[in-house]
Design a protein around this ligand. Structure first.
Ligand code: TMP
Length: 205
């Protein structure tokens, strides 16, 4: 089973990945937790380039291919073998991030994003995707309270985040695997909602 988590930066999705992984481990499932970009030696090097604030002037297309190169490596080297081995794979971001951020956010055409996503994921589609939705104002609020400095991707600005959020909401309308979760709810409520969905899915398998 392959479960992905999506959302704007500071949406709290990484916290939910951690909480779900703890519950699944407690329930004795074999799980693997991954993040994108990264998760392989090549992917982690690409991640460093993508998030490095000192790198300026990266073209949108270069960015698209770097995220996708990391994804391809992760799919072939790690995700596919794990799923074939019967593991539950939790991934913090997958190709819907590319559609929302590089497609809707940066204006790369939907067709280009579709083809690149298909190629980088080798046709692998998540069974379930949790999209943790928060308004952009909340991203700003959480960002200003955070003590870490903004990385290159977090420096894209408010209008960019609005476009990316609209993108996610559009994907949610089209993809039946998407579950939109209100990211303003308390952490425990979100955790319960996610576990209800995942446990029901596991019961059907
Ligand atoms: P993270 O902060 O969730 O680890 O993700 C790193 C940043 O990269 C985040 O700002 C979202 C962005 N991103 C994209 O723009 N496109 C992608 O395909 C992925 C996976 C992440």
């Amino acid at each position: 089973m392959f479960i992905t988590f999506e959302g704007l930066d500071f949406s709290g999705k990484s916290t939910q990945v951690k909480l779900l992984s703890e519950t699944l481990t407690h329930e004795h499932y074999h799980i693997l937790v991954l993040r994108e970009p990264g998760g392989t030696e090549i992917g982690e090097k690409i991640r460093t380039i993508l998030l490095d604030k000192k790198i300026t002037g990266m073209t949108n297309v270069a960015e698209l291919f770097l995220f996708s190169a990391s994804r391809s490596q992760l799919v072939e080297e790690v995700i596919k073998p794990a799923i074939e081995g019967g593991m539950i794979v939790l991934c913090d971001r997958f190709y819907d991030s590319l559609t929302a951020y590089q497609g809707w956010g940066k204006g790369i055409s939907a067709e280009t994003v579709r083809v690149v996503n298909q190629c980088a994921s080798a046709g692998l589609v998540p069974d379930l995707t949790f999209y943790i939705d928060i308004p952009v104002k909340e991203v700003e609020r959480r960002m200003s309270r955070s003590h870490t400095s903004r990385d290159r991707m977090e420096s894209n600005g408010i209008a960019f985040y609005e476009r990316a959020r609209n993108g996610y909401l559009e994907i949610a309308k089209k993809e039946s695997r998407f579950r939109v979760v209100d990211g303003l709810l308390p952490i425990e409520t979100i955790e319960e909602t996610i576990w209800t969905t995942v446990s029901a899915s596991l019961a059907k398998k």
